[in-house]
Design a protein around this ligand. Structure first.
Ligand SMILES: [Zn+2]
Ligand SMILES: [Zn+2]
Length: 359
């Protein structure tokens, strides 16, 4: 393989393989403070294929912690600006971008990556990304910062799935997600969260550690967390313990995968009391609290904002929303044409979990 003169210094480092970096395919979700730094690092190293996903536009307060964004970029899409800047920083690599939410991308989109980096600021997206990484056996990196602390997790799912990102999650996180969920989980609730103030100090440190773990990832057999207090400089390298009651991996240690067609062909053969779960909420119906008008949707919740759901009859904005993510077999038939990412259920006859990706 031809390696240009530009990378000769890299070639002198015994633990760095430029060829492997060129061959790497990484996904970065979130082009905020950490995403900017990480993208810059991976591009300079010569990571061959980088895909970035974000649904945000650049705002003035981003400019204190985003190396790729400047004044004239305000109100532009983060992914578009970042992609153009990165192409200038390193024209040797391929950068692709997607403006939108990861929920909009098909299940098969994720298969091509060797690594998924979560550089977002909310737990719903972290959990979804970890689940997609787990099922597809892709190494998963998660980062979290505030103005003082840096936390980096690495899960080598390509090597083993003995324990997972959710094994050590605070139950409060599920509780908070559930709270939004019960409000309908329509867009307003998914996106409006309290923003934690951060600075370039913790963002750049976090991205440096992510990059370093990424470069050395072959060495690590087990998941771990690096936690740093950037004021006292207390540093913790935490090995995780498996949580045998983990909400996610305790069910998913053994499972089989079937296609959507297979599911719908054999749905009548499943035990009648089987519950089928969807990986995201479905908006079932609304009922007006003034005139009582009832309307059935059976659509993905994420396709709706609050104002789409005003009463269709009298336009009143106070309505009862029914959202579900678990279904009877009969109800599952109504989900067939929707763009959910995966369904899953416990097959009682075969005593195993079944995953049904929507490819
Ligand atoms: Zn787990
Ligand atoms: Zn009404």
């Amino acid at each position: 393989m031809f390696i240009s003169e530009k990378y000769l210094r890299h070639q002198q480092i015994h633990w760095l393989s430029q060829e492997e970096l060129f061959k790497s395919k990484v996904l970065i979700v979130g082009v905020g403070a950490i995403g900017n730094e990480l993208l810059k690092n991976l591009a300079l190293l010569g990571v061959g294929y980088i895909c970035i996903v974000d649904f945000d536009v650049i705002q003035i307060h981003n400019l204190t912690r985003s190396v790729l964004f400047t004044n004239e970029d305000i109100n532009q899409k983060k992914v578009e600006v970042a992609k153009e800047k990165i192409k200038k920083i390193n024209p040797d690599i391929c950068v692709e971008s997607y403006f939108g939410d990861i929920y909009d991308l098909p299940y098969s989109f994720f298969k091509k990556f060797d690594c998924i980096f979560s550089t977002v600021d909310n737990y719903e997206t972290r959990i979804r990304l970890h689940q997609l990484s787990f099922f597809n056996q892709i190494d998963f990196f998660n980062s979290g910062i505030d103005s003082q602390f840096v936390s980096i997790d690495f899960y080598p799912y390509s090597k083993n799935r003995l324990l997972c990102f959710e094994c050590n999650l605070d139950p409060k996180i599920y509780h908070n997600i559930q709270k939004r969920y019960s409000c309908g989980w329509i867009q307003k609730y998914a996106y409006e969260q309290k923003k934690i103030p951060t600075t370039i100090l913790t963002a750049s440190l976090s991205a440096s550690i992510l990059t370093s773990v990424f470069v050395h990832k072959k060495r690590y057999e087990e998941p771990f967390r690096i936690f740093i207090d950037t004021i006292s400089w207390n540093f913790t390298n935490l090995q995780f313990l498996k949580n045998s009651n983990c909400y996610f991996c305790s069910q998913w240690q053994n499972y089989k995968e079937i296609s959507k067609d297979e599911l719908y062909n054999k749905i009548k053969e499943l035990r009648e009391d089987t519950t089928i779960f969807c990986n995201e909420p479905i908006l079932i119906s609304t009922q007006c609290l003034r005139c009582g008008f009832f309307y059935e949707y059976w659509q993905l919740s994420r396709n709706f904002t609050e104002k789409d759901l005003n009463c269709k009859e009298c336009h009143f904005d106070k309505i009862k929303i029914l959202v579900k993510d678990s279904f009877s077999l009969g109800e599952t038939l109504r989900l067939k044409s929707l763009q959910w990412k995966f369904l899953y259920y416990f097959d009682q006859k075969e005593n195993s979990m079944v995953l049904v990706p929507n490819d």
